[in-house]
Design a protein around this ligand. Structure first.
Ligand code: AHR
Length: 661
């Protein structure tokens, strides 16, 4: 026993502290391979998709033409009248009003009135990403007024003004028809544009001018950008939450997300302004609209493609409380609840049900196997609970197996959070969403957040939106640096250690266009042709692809590792492969030697796998310079028996996969 005299004072205390810290450090970490603490849900690590930062239009949705239907608030936005000597009266916007409520506007081009033909140019979303030798599918709706004789000459034009591909289309007749042409690109250019020359005489009306790359994900028409979907596939996500985020709520209720407006022929999906268009004064994005070309049918298909459980979130009769907070009176809430019931039928109903038939006619007779449904995004206060209650009552009466998701609002603590926790225990949500946009220190310090959560509560936890903020929430200067990613890794060991109550987790937001973003940090960055995973992405990927099926006890001196000596750790078992999976985070700038005992494990295979991600610089970030990016490194290690001595590099996340015979 060490005795400290009063005289030795502070120095003695410090000495004792260091001796104790070092003594503890030398104690082995014990993993009890036969002590299964809980199941780890297949939905544990998922993804959160929201059309923010050009994630949908201008991003994942592969359409290259901006304002293809002339329905932006300023209907000519995105379109440039290029030809010299052409009068602006030769390019007008008309509306057919109620005759086509979802898409009333079209453009009228008058050809042959000047020396030059009319040329309309579209510059895409901060340029069009065009790749050499790729095919591009151009399409247009056109109606030729009587006596018109116009040929459309389509050109792909490089940023240097060189034509790099072309085709012609000859529209005929007054009836609106869709015309298509395939264009092969001769050059690669991230900032190309599309020209349409109207050659000849007469009047032609046009609408739904579209250009898609031929190599969309699974080569689907109206498809998604393949490189971005691949990054999602590589995460092996357990669920896909869509379509948000605040976009569900809308700036006001007219601006909310309505799933029924997002299915069927894209031409009939009424466009609205994206709420992110005007959200941040420092990042105004006047050309940000939602075409809904990527709509609920496409989201369900995407979830299926990437092997993720779909998790749609619906508006609960409340607009964003950071904006108007507009409310639907309780007595008028039924159509909103009906939307939820219809969505369940759309996803799961047999083909002889009304909405099941719609799904089938869209091309998917088999159900989408919807299990979860979110009611409201980031709502708070009494108005939320009373609305949530009505949804729950009706939905669970008809669909008792649907797992409802409710939420605690924007912050992980404070009065609103406490109130939500108290109120939501009265209901039957299967999981409750908590959001944390906090600094890295918060994430390091909260790795034990759920260790002391009340186990008697009925619902599981959905860590539905989280990301460490290097500067402050909503600051445009936030970085996806290693300090943030490492703090998230430390926190995530705590999520996993509490897998008995934490059932779903997702980083937010998912995507950002390098020139079209509003919010940082983000998991995946892209421009018109390229994309990369941030360090945060690789942390998410390491947890998700090394999930394990069951949680094991992992302790040092009987206590979980929640930051003592800067060390965070968790252990899992993968019952299907018989592997023990260890995740260890060293948050210090020094290497740490650790002794690990795999107690009660079966006989070990002599070789194990170590996958690690580390950087000696906490300000390290990934970028479009892919060769220089930091990614997990995999190596084989040798094992002798059930005791391991490992050295964890400074600032590192290490994942060990140890196979038992
Ligand atoms: O992820 C960005 C935004 O943060 C989400 O839209 C919202 O739910 C939260 O406030």
């Amino acid at each position: 026993m060490i005795q400290i005299s009063k005289k030795s004072g502070l120095t003695g205390m410090l000495l004792l502290f260091f001796i104790m810290a070092y003594a503890q450090k030398d104690q082995p970490i014990v993993v009890n391979a036969d002590k299964i603490k809980s199941e780890i849900q297949p939905t544990m690590w998922g993804i959160f998709f929201e059309d923010i930062n050009f994630a949908g239009d201008g991003g994942l949705y592969a359409e290259l033409v901006k304002n293809r239907s002339f329905e932006f608030y300023k209907p000519k936005m995105g379109w440039l009248l290029k030809s010299k000597a052409v009068d602006s009266s030769q390019f007008n916007i008309l509306s057919c009003g109620d005759a086509h409520k979802a898409n009333p506007r079209f453009a009228r081009i008058k050809g042959g009135l000047s020396a030059d033909p009319v040329c309309l140019s579209n510059g895409g979303f901060r340029g069009m990403g065009i790749r050499k030798d790729n095919q591009y599918l151009f399409s247009i709706m056109a109606s030729v007024q009587d006596g018109g004789n116009i040929t459309l000459r389509i050109e792909l034009v490089s940023s240097k003004g060189i034509v790099i591909g072309g085709a012609t289309i000859k529209p005929e007749g007054k009836e609106w028809k869709k015309y298509t042409a395939s264009v092969k690109a001769g050059e690669t250019d991230p900032k190309a544009s599309l020209n349409i020359w109207f050659e000849g005489k007469g009047v032609v009306d046009i609408d739904m001018v579209s250009l898609f790359p031929g190599d969309t994900w699974k080569n689907r028409p109206n498809g998604l950008r393949a490189d971005l979907v691949q990054l999602l596939v590589d995460m092996k996500p357990g669920f896909l939450r869509f379509p948000g985020g605040c976009i569900v709520e809308g700036h006001d209720l007219s601006n909310r997300y309505q799933w029924k407006n997002t299915i069927g022929d894209p031409e009939n999906r009424p466009l609205i302004m994206s709420r992110w268009n005007i959200e941040f004064k420092h990042r105004l994005t006047p050309d940000y609209f939602q075409s809904f070309g990527l709509g609920f049918y496409e989201y369900f298909l995407l979830a299926e493609d990437i092997g993720a459980t779909p998790l749609p979130i619906l508006n609960c009769g409340m607009a964003c409380q950071f904006n108007t907070g507009e409310l639907v009176p309780l007595e008028d809430l039924n159509p909103y609840i009906q939307d939820a019931l219809d969505l369940i039928e759309f996803a799961n109903g047999t083909t002889d049900t009304g909405w099941g038939k719609v799904r089938s006619e869209l091309g998917h007779p088999a159900p989408f196997n919807l299990k979860f449904l979110g009611i409201g995004n980031e709502q708070w206060g009494a108005q939320y609970f009373e609305r949530y209650a009505r949804f729950e009552k009706t939905i669970l009466a008809k669909y008792p197996d649907i797992k409802l998701v409710s939420g605690t609002g924007p912050a992980p603590d404070g009065d609103l959070f406490d109130l939500a926790v108290k109120e939501l225990t009265k209901y039957n949500a299967a999981v409750v969403d908590e959001h944390y946009y906090r600094d890295p220190a918060w994430f390091f310090n909260n790795a034990a957040r759920y260790d002391s959560y009340d186990r008697s509560r009925k619902y599981g936890i959905f860590a539905g939106e989280y990301a460490a903020q290097s500067v402050a929430t909503c600051s445009p200067d936030n970085k996806n640096d290693w300090n943030c990613a490492l703090s998230e890794a430390a926190f995530m060991t705590g999520l996993e250690r509490n897998a008995d109550i934490v059932h779903m987790c997702s980083y937010a937001p998912l995507f950002a266009h390098a020139e079209g973003w509003q919010w940082t940090p983000d998991l995946i960055w892209f421009d018109n042709l390229r994309s990369y995973g941030t360090l945060n992405y690789y942390v998410q990927q390491l947890f998700s692809t090394n999930r394990g099926t069951h949680l094991l006890e992992m302790v040092r001196e009987g206590k979980p590792l929640t930051g003592q000596n800067g060390l965070y750790a968790t252990a899992a078992l993968d019952k299907s492969t018989h592997e023990i999976i260890l995740k260890l985070v060293n948050s210090t700038g020094k290497p740490q030697m650790q002794h690990i005992v795999l107690q009660s494990a079966k006989k070990m295979m002599p070789k194990a796998k170590l996958i690690s991600l580390s950087s000696d610089r906490l300000d390290r970030v990934n970028s479009f310079n892919l060769q220089e990016n930091l990614k997990p490194v995999e190596q084989e290690i040798s094992l002798k028996g059930k005791k391991m001595t490992v050295t964890l590099p400074p600032y590192s996340l290490s994942v060990y996969r140890i196979k038992q015979r």
